[in-house]
Ligand binder design. Structure first.
Ligand SMILES: NC(=O)c1ccc[n+]([C@@H]2O[C@H](COP(=O)([O-])OP(=O)(O)OC[C@H]3O[C@@H](n4cnc5c(N)ncnc54)[C@H](O)[C@@H]3O)[C@@H](O)[C@H]2O)c1
Length: 443
C-alpha cells in the first residue's frame, strides 16, 4: 500500500516514518524546500528520540521518501494524510485552517483513482465537511472519501505513542474508506490497540475534548499547588494521593510553570472560540486559558521575589527552554514569557537547553546561550529550572552552589528534594511544596 503524507513536521514525519516501518510505502510531501532537502540528505530537522534512526532505516529500505511535489507523492496513493499545522489565528484564537484547506485544494488536483483523504491535523468540528466540499467542487463524488483520524502522540515519546497508541480514533462513514483505514492500522489492531470508529464530527471532537481535559488537569494541579504554598501542604503528596485513584489517574498532575507546547495552548483557545460560535460557551475552558496565561507571568514574579524583590542588574541562569523535555519544540514554551518578563525587570539572562537552543535563539533576543548547564550557572545571582530535562536532575549540587554568585535556585518543576537543597545551603524555592519549599512563609 502506498501512502502520501502532507506535512513533514512533528506529526507528519513521525507518522510517515512509523507507517513506513510497518512496511507501507510512504511519501512525505512538504512545501518547505529546506526541510525536504535536509530529509533527502538524511538529516532530520527536529529532535525526537529515535526518529533519525527510524527515518534513515526506512529511507535505506526504500519505503520512505520525501518530495515537494504532491503530484509525485499522490500517484498511486490509496490514502493521502493531511498533517499540516493548525496554529491559532492571530488575535482571533480560532484554528487557522488555511494550510488544511490549501492541502485539500492541492489534493483535488492530483487524485486519479479512489483515494481516502485522511485529516490527521487537529481541526475544528466540521472541518472534514469543508474538506469534502472543496474536493467535491473539483472531483467526482465516487473518487474520494474524507476521514478524520486525529493524532494523540506526545512529543518526546512520539514513536512509541504512534506505534502503540492507547486507541486509534477513526471518523468515517464510507465503507470503502473504512476498509482502507482498517488495513492501514491493522498492525496496531493486531497488537491489541482499541480501534474506535465514529462519525467524522465525533472524531474531531474527541481530539479537542481529550487535549482540553489534559490541559485542565495540569491547570487544576497548578492552582492546588498555589493553595498548598499558602497552607503549608506539599502538593507532591497531594498529587500522589489523588492520582492513585484510578478514576483520576496520576498523569498530568505535576505542578509547574503552566502548560505550553504546540497543542494545548492553541487547542484550548480554539475550543473556546468554537463553543462561543456554537452558542454553547465552555466557561471552564475559558477560565483555564486565562489562568494558564497568568501563571507564566506569576512564575516570573516568583523568581523576582526569590531574588529579594528585584532582578535589576542581576544575572539569572535559566536551565531548560523547551516546553517539555525530550523535544526541541519551543512553540508556546513558558520560557518565552518568563524570560522576557525577567529581562523587562532588568535581569541579564543566560540560558542552557540540551536541544532547544537552535530554535530558541531567534525567539529570545538578548539571551546569552551557554553550551552546558555549569557554564550557564557560572557567576549567576540565581538559577531557575524551567524544563525538567533529566540531565538537570543529576547535576552536582555542590558544584552548582559553587558556581552561583548567590545560592538561590528556583525550581519550577520540583525536580530536587527540599531536604537535599537545604542541606547544600541553597535558598531553594519550588512550586506548591508548603512553607519549607518557600511557600507564603518564605516567598
Ligand atoms: N506536535 C504535536 O505534538 C501534535 C500532536 C498531536 C496532533 N498535532 C496536530 O497535528 C498537526 C500538525 O502539527 P505539527 O506539530 O506536526 O506541525 P508542524 O508545524 O511541525 O508541521 C506542519 C508541516 O506542514 C507543512 N505544510 C504546511 N502546509 C503544507 C502544504 N499545503 N503542503 C505540504 N506541506 C505543508 C509545513 O511546512 C510543516 O513542515 C496540527 O494540527 C497539530 O495540532 C500535533
Amino acid at each position: 500500500m502506498r501512502i502520501a503524507m502532507i506535512g513533514a513536521g512533528y506529526v507528519g514525519l513521525v507518522s510517515g516514518a512509523c507507517l513506513a516501518d510497518f512496511g507501507y510505502e510512504v511519501v512525505c510531501v512538504d512545501t518547505d524546500e529546506h526541510k525536504i532537502a535536509a530529509l533527502r540528505a538524511g538529516r532530520v530537522p527536529i529532535y525526537e528520540p529515535g526518529l533519525s534512526e527510524l527515518v534513515l532505516a526506512n529511507q535505506a529500505a526504500h519505503r520512505l521518501s520525501f518530495t515537494t511535489s504532491l503530484r509525485e507523492a499522490g500517484r498511486r496513493a490509496k490514502a493521502i494524510f493531511i498533517a499540516v499545522g493548525t496554529p491559532s489565528l492571530a488575535e482571533v484564537g480560532s484554528a487557522d485552517m488555511r494550510y488544511v484547506y490549501d492541502a485539500a485544494r492541492a489534493i483535488a488536483e492530483v487524485v486519479e483513482d479512489f483515494t481516502v483523504v485522511v485529516v490527521k491535523s487537529t481541526v475544528p468540528i466540521g472541518a472534514g465537511d469543508e474538506v469534502e466540499r472543496i474536493l467535491q467542487e473539483r472531483l467526482p463524488r465516487d473518487r474520494f472519501a474524507v476521514v478524520s483520524n486525529p493524532e494523540f502522540l506526545r512529543e518526546g515519546a512520539a514513536i512509541k505513542d504512534f506505534k502503540q497508541p492507547d486507541r486509534v480514533v477513526i471518523g468515517v462513514d464510507d465503507e470503502r474508506a473504512r476498509a482502507v483505514m482498517g488495513d492501514i492500522y491493522q498492525p496496531m489492531e493486531r497488537a491489541g490497540c482499541q480501534m474506535i470508529y465514529t462519525s467524522r464530527r465525533s472524531s474531531e471532537m474527541i481530539k479537542y475534548a481529550a487535549n482540553v481535559f489534559l490541559a485542565m488537569k495540569v491547570t487544576f494541579i497548578n492552582e492546588i499547588a498555589d493553595l498548598c504554598e499558602r497552607l503549608d501542604v506539599d502538593v507532591m503528596d497531594v498529587s500522589r494521593g489523588v492520582g492513585l485513584d484510578d478514576r483520576i489517574g496520576a498523569k498530568f498532575l505535576n505542578p509547574g510553570p503552566g502548560f505550553g507546547g504546540s497543542c494545548f495552548p492553541k487547542d484550548t483557545l480554539a475550543l473556546t472560540k468554537l463553543a462561543i460560535e456554537a452558542k454553547a460557551p465552555i466557561r471552564l475552558v475559558e477560565t483555564l486559558v486565562e489562568v494558564n496565561d497568568k501563571r507564566k507571568l506569576a512564575m516570573a514574579a516568583k523568581v523576582v521575589r526569590a531574588c529579594g524583590g528585584s532582578v535589576a542588574g542581576k544575572r539569572i541562569a535559566v536551565l531548560g527552554l523547551t516546553y517539555k523535555p525530550k523535544t526541541d519544540d519551543m512553540r508556546d514554551a513558558p520560557s518565552l514569557v518568563i524570560i522576557p518578563e525577567l529581562q523587562a525587570a532588568g535581569a541579564q539572562v543566560a540560558a542552557y537547553d540540551p536541544e532547544g537552543v537552535g530554535m530558541a535563539r531567534a525567539m529570545l533576543p538578548g539571551v546569552e546561550f551557554a553550551d552546558n548547564a555549569y557554564a550557564c550557572l557560572e557567576g549567576a545571582d540565581a538559577a531557575v529550572v524551567i524544563t525538567e530535562w533529566d540531565e538537570f536532575r543529576a547535576l552536582d549540587l555542590a558544584r552548582v552552589k559553587e558556581m552561583l554568585a548567590t545560592p538561590i535556585l528556583v525550581d519550577l518543576r520540583n525536580i530536587y528534594s527540599i531536604k537535599t537543597m537545604k542541606a547544600h545551603g541553597f535558598r531553594y524555592v519550588s512550586v506548591g511544596r508548603g512553607f519549607n519549599g518557600e511557600g507564603s512563609a518564605g516567598v
